[in-house]
Design a protein around this ligand. Structure first.
Ligand code: ZN
Length: 287
């Protein structure tokens, strides 16, 4: 049996085919243009490399409610040509195989939970910190969907008194997590991107403070055994010790079983392929 994966991103589409052991047999990357331009070569790829099921981890928002008439569609995305596009049904119709859709971050969370840094655990959270902030919650052995899917990036935080831009930049909530701690928020606040900011810049202590608030909120709400932090901003690895230390300080001994955060707050093990491998796992579960 073979499984297909599509990691649908705002700028590129990554396609792959794997065997039952999750060995990737072939892959291709295409630019994300309009559905009219991008769908035919993707369908052609899976016709050339046939699979038994397809998993799709996509940019969103998505309609993931099986009772909804637009189930499997991309919904109110700012990428206008993809708005209301029935992504999963289009592949299902063209290829005649089961196609499972979830958010790109949920796909990555599934991979990290089952094959990566959270392997063997029943409860963990994966958060990507980059252009946006998104998180997947893996609870008692499965991803949480609920009303829609968790939107970890939009939790509300307390502004730091020394933040030079405490109002934040989220168009919906201003100072939510994404509004103060995403890559673009860092760049707007400091005039330099996360890639360019030197390690000793005060930006990093502030970033660690906000991400530590997030870690504490996650600890207190969903009780993960690990919090896995990935994405472009987290590729600056010096952030990890700062976040671990700040999380302990904020928790202030409240959770007695948490004595250290080195094994609690960790980088992903499958980055940068977490999303693609997660989509393959989704396909495997669909068969
Ligand atoms: Zn927000």
């Amino acid at each position: 049996m073979r499984f297909g994966a599509l990691e649908a991103g705002g700028t590129k589409m990554v396609l792959a085919v794997a065997d039952e052991q999750m060995n990737i047999l072939c892959r291709e990357t295409l630019p994300t243009e309009t559905p009219e331009k991008t769908m035919p070569p993707m369908i052609a790829f899976f016709r050339e490399h046939p699979v038994d099921a397809l998993g799709i981890g996509s940019f969103g928002p998505l309609d993931l409610n099986p009772a909804s008439p637009s189930f499997g569609s991309i919904t109110k995305t700012p990428k206008l040509t993809w708005r209301d596009y029935p992504l999963a049904p289009a592949f299902e119709e063209a290829l005649g195989i089961p196609c499972v859709l979830d958010t790109d971050v949920n796909a990555a969370a599934l991979c990290e939970a089952e094959m990566g840094a959270g392997r063997g655990l029943k409860n963990c959270v994966y958060v990507t910190v980059g252009t946006g902030i998104g998180g997947g919650v893996y609870c008692e052995g499965q991803l949480v969907h609920g009303l829609m899917h968790p939107e970890v990036g939009h939790m509300l935080l307390r502004a730091h008194p020394d933040d030079p831009a405490p109002d934040g930049f989220c168009p919906y909530h201003k100072g939510c997590l994404e509004g103060v701690a995403s890559g673009p928020a860092m760049e707007k606040r400091w005039g330099k991107s996360a890639k360019e900011l030197p390690k000793d810049h005060p930006a990093w202590e502030l970033e660690a403070h906000y991400l530590a608030q997030m870690c504490m909120n996650l600890m207190m709400t969903v009780s993960p055994e690990k919090i896995i932090l990935g994405g472009g901003v987290m590729s600056r690895r010096h952030l990890f010790p700062l976040i671990r230390r700040e999380t302990l300080r904020l928790m202030n001994g409240y959770v007695a079983c948490v004595q250290e955060t080195d094994s609690l707050i960790v980088p992903p093990a499958c980055w940068p392929d977490s999303g693609l491998l997660g989509a393959l796992l989704m396909a495997k579960k669909a068969k």
